[in-house]
Design a protein around this ligand. Structure first.
Ligand code: ADP
Length: 184
């Protein structure tokens, strides 16, 4: 049973690696960024509420993303395991998730920290060309990452759940390292 949380700065390759690994393991890849972008495209009430935050690189309020993740983790396909990508993004969300997993008997999750240098991250993001990837928004997302999300590395290390992978390598090298790590 594989239950993994992917942590890392924007541009570390979290999304790509999470998707690749989930495909190989045949488990759902749950990306809060993807869910939000779809909701915004379809202009659902969640999408409308989230739009201004995503567009400016801020975090969407906890209550909105937490509800979204809770609903997703209640779907039948999560019984085979899952990879969570983009959540939690701050300590309050991690505390919420810990409670949720305990309540639904899904603990035993591990956390992969995909570590990448600022230089690598900014180059990759500028080359990606997504709508929310303007330079100013990228800068803000990195600031938010450092202030809100990076503390989760210590949070999970303290709880003995943390695995670290060097995200500066090529995509294929990262995938290989990841597979070895979770098999061990
Ligand atoms: P990236 O791939 O650049 O790390 P994501 O695709 O994961 O970004 O997320 C895009 C945006 O969606 C974030 O900048 C944020 O506004 C919003 N978002 C995604 N996940 C969360 C979350 N767990 N809490 C708050 N906001 C979130």
């Amino acid at each position: 049973m594989t239950r993994l949380i992917f942590l890392g700065p924007p541009g570390a390759g979290k999304g790509t690696q999470a998707q690749t690994l989930a495909g190989k393991l045949n488990i759902p890849h749950i990306s809060t960024g993807d869910i939000l972008r779809k909701a915004m495209k379809e202009q659902t009430s969640l999408g409308i509420k989230a739009q201004s935050y995503v567009d400016s690189g801020e975090l969407v309020p906890d209550q909105l993303v937490q509800e979204m993740v809770q609903e997703r983790l209640e779907e039948p396909d999560i019984k085979s395991g899952w990879i969570l990508d983009g959540f939690p993004r701050k300590v309050t969300q991690a505390v919420f998730l810990q409670e949720l997993l305990k309540k639904t008997h899904q603990d035993g999750e591990r956390v992969v920290n995909l570590d990448a240098s600022d230089e690598v991250v900014v180059t990759r993001l500028l080359g990606r060309g997504r709508k929310d990837d303007t330079e100013e928004v990228i800068r803000r997302r990195l600031e938010v990452y450092r202030a809100e999300t990076a503390p989760l590395i210590d949070y999970y290390r303290d709880r003995q759940k943390l695995l670290t992978v060097n995200g500066n390598q090529s995509q294929e090298e990262v995938t290989t390292e990841l597979q070895k790590l979770i098999a061990s």
